[in-house]
Ligand binder design. Structure first.
Ligand code: DAT
Length: 177
């Protein structure tokens, strides 16, 4: 059991690129006043990486540097963390892990309009087909804190934000062990 003394919860929003993490997190943070931590942006801003991966066309994240950077904020609580991976964060950081999922044809259109092509497009579509992030979440966090939410439409988006907003408002801090 978590021995954390946070007064506000931390939520992780994960999923394949294009499933709507950043959009969902922004709206959720507008509604709750929580801090939106976009890990990809943070890595770029603070140089928390070990260079550029030409094959996958992304920065090679230095996971230790990211965790060091976030530790104090996570201890405080009140964070919504937005990232397309979830297996390198300490398990104790999160009270809720949300995996966004999108229908493949919808995701395909979102990623192509973002300019993804060839291998990068294929890798991301496969990531969604194989439910890679859901599996990663199940391997990394307790079953009862994980929730998979469909993110195909604007209706899904607003429902997901309301559901998470409601969950945050009803969250009760755990007492220290
Ligand atoms: P991610 O942060 O997972 O990469 P995003 O929030 O940048 O995704 O969203 C990608 C694009 O899709 C962006 O143009 C907004 C749109 N979008 C996201 N979620 C959506 C939803 N549930 N319904 C319709 N459009 C959505």
């Amino acid at each position: 059991m978590s021995e954390n003394g946070r007064k506000r919860p931390n939520v992780l929003v994960t999923g394949t690129p294009g499933t709507g993490k950043t959009t969902t997190c922004s709206l959720l943070c507008d509604a709750t006043g929580f801090r939106h931590i976009n890990v990809g942006e943070l890595v770029k801003q603070k140089n928390l990486h070990d260079g550029w991966d030409a094959e996958f066309e992304c920065h090679i994240i230095n996971e230790d540097l990211v965790c060091d950077e976030l530790e104090d904020m996570m201890e405080e609580g009140g964070n919504v963390v937005d990232h397309h991976g979830c297996d390198f964060f300490p398990e104790r950081w999160f009270d809720r892990v949300v995996v966004l999922q999108t229908d493949n044809s919808i995701l395909y259109d979102r990623l192509t309009s973002r300019g993804y092509m060839d291998q990068k497009l294929k890798n991301n579509i496969e990531c969604e087909i194989f439910q890679t992030l859901l599996e990663e979440a199940h391997e990394s966090y307790a079953e009862d804190i994980i929730v998979a939410l469909k993110s195909d439409s604007v209706e899904d988006l607003s429902r997901n934000v309301s559901t998470l907003d409601e969950w945050i408002k009803n969250w009760v801090p755990r007492s220290r062990a």
